[in-house]
Design a protein around this ligand. Structure first.
Ligand code: HEM
Length: 164
């Protein structure tokens, strides 16, 4: 049991590194670097990077959710205490509840960004005005995801240390 917990926590943290690192790399390095390229090259580069990161990143997110639920169970949460919210009644489990809410918001925003808007914004058949509007919204959603992953990591750090 204890060994399984150790494996799960390592998988959870490794997947967090992959997801958070990838989101921040895309927003802080790849997108600004691509702005210096011409339109066609930028579209190709961001489309390719986006598609590649989508596979790796969403696999990591899947691992985070599965391992996250195991950790939740390890902490004593059960379906009934999650559904009636009594599990989240204590100070440190309340933080965990906020973290889960932030994860749900991030999943919704990243889903729209990665599977709908991002691919649409890099398609070749759009008018310059449409591309501009898509890009502006894609960049806004990308930023929101970036802020949420940082909030999630800060909450996770304190969730894991209830004595702090
Ligand atoms: C984007 C998604 C997520 C990220 C980036 C993330 C990140 C992390 C990190 C970095 C830690 C370790 C903190 C530390 O030791 O300092 C952690 C712990 C934890 N996470 Fe997540 N997490 C995510 C999703 C979830 C989900 C969906 C759940 C629950 C359903 C969850 C439940 C937990 C629990 C219970 C711990 C504490 C484990 C322990 O110390 O026993 N996480 N998370």
């Amino acid at each position: 049991m204890e060994n399984l917990y150790k494996i799960v926590i390592v998988l959870h943290v490794l997947s967090a590194v992959i997801w958070v690192g990838g989101v921040l790399f895309m927003g802080m390095i790849a997108v600004p670097a691509a702005r210096r390229l011409n339109d066609k090259l930028r579209r190709h580069l961001l489309d390719d990077l986006g598609r590649r990161f989508r596979k790796v990143g969403w696999t990591a997110l899947g691992v985070l959710i599965v391992t996250g639920f195991y950790l939740l169970w390890h902490w004593g949460a059960r379906l009934d205490t999650i559904l009636d919210l009594s599990f989240f009644a204590h100070d440190h489990t309340r933080l965990l509840g906020y973290k889960i809410l932030a994860v749900i918001a991030m999943l919704a925003i990243s889903g729209v960004h990665d599977f709908w808007l991002g691919p649409k914004a890099t398609r070749a058949d759009r008018t310059p005005e449409e591309v501009k509007a898509d890009r502006r919204l894609a960049s806004l959603l990308g930023r929101a995801t970036g802020i949420l992953v940082i909030v999630i990591v800060i909450l996770a750090t304190f969730v894991a240390r209830p004595w702090v």
